[in-house]
Ligand binder design. Sequence first.
Ligand code: DHB
Ligand code: FE
Length: 281
Amino acid sequence: MAHITASVYTSHVPAIGAALDHGKTNEPYWQPVFAGYETSKQWMKQNTPDVIFLVYNDHASAFNLDMIPTFALGCAAEFKPADEGWGPRPVPLVKGHSELAAHIAHSVIQDDFDLTIVNRMDVDHGLTVPLSLMFGQPAQWPCPVIPFAVNVVQYPVPSGRRCFALGSAIRKAVELFDEPLDVQIWGTGGMSHQLQGPRAGLINREWDNRFLDRLIAEPEALAATPHIEYVREAGSEGIELVMWLIARGAMNAAPPDVVHRFYHVPASNTAVGHLILENRR
Ligand code: DHB
Ligand code: FE
């Protein structure tokens, strides 16, 4: 049987990808951001999973207003880095895991979550920046990745409660897969940021850190937070944080081990938050 070993949570910001791709990680502005991922990269080397189930959001790269799936499961064999306006990032092709993805589709849809099956999808910074932060700049990504795109861009967005319950259906599906795979689930996006309007630039350190505390200690209660609180307290793009609840919902009920916790402001317009939680064996 497959099982979920750990969950990784991290912000994504396009400028982080650009800093890496253009060799700027040691510049004074960026050095403290990348320093926060040094422990994580070491841990990843020792704990490379067989597959990553990567929860992220697309930013009008693969989808647009023509079609807005709430939960889109990438079942393809491979996914190309998207052209987000400056050409695709120079990162490796993302290799999928079609067998596990198809199995998860079957199990989770029969468990009453109406996923959209996607057999062709380019992946944007929402997915590639977390991979770069955790793996650096390898010639190939070290394991297959199942992309799971959540709509947090166009209202209505899914509730935290729905995301948390979906995570637990994903854990059940993984545990029903008949191969002994170590699977990590990643929740990405956030933390506080607002990219437009009179409140552009909003950061809320206190709220972000309380979110991290509660994600660790009382995720189910945290999942009851209404979407309007994310928007009010963490900015319009702070709603990306509901995706972290999918990853947290996929963890065991027993308290996890906190391997690493990091928080830094700023990276572009965003507060960077990062956690690694391991299931106890
Ligand atoms: C920024 C953050 C995001 O989450 C995003 O999708 C685009 C830009 C930013 O901080 O610049
Ligand atoms: Fe984003």
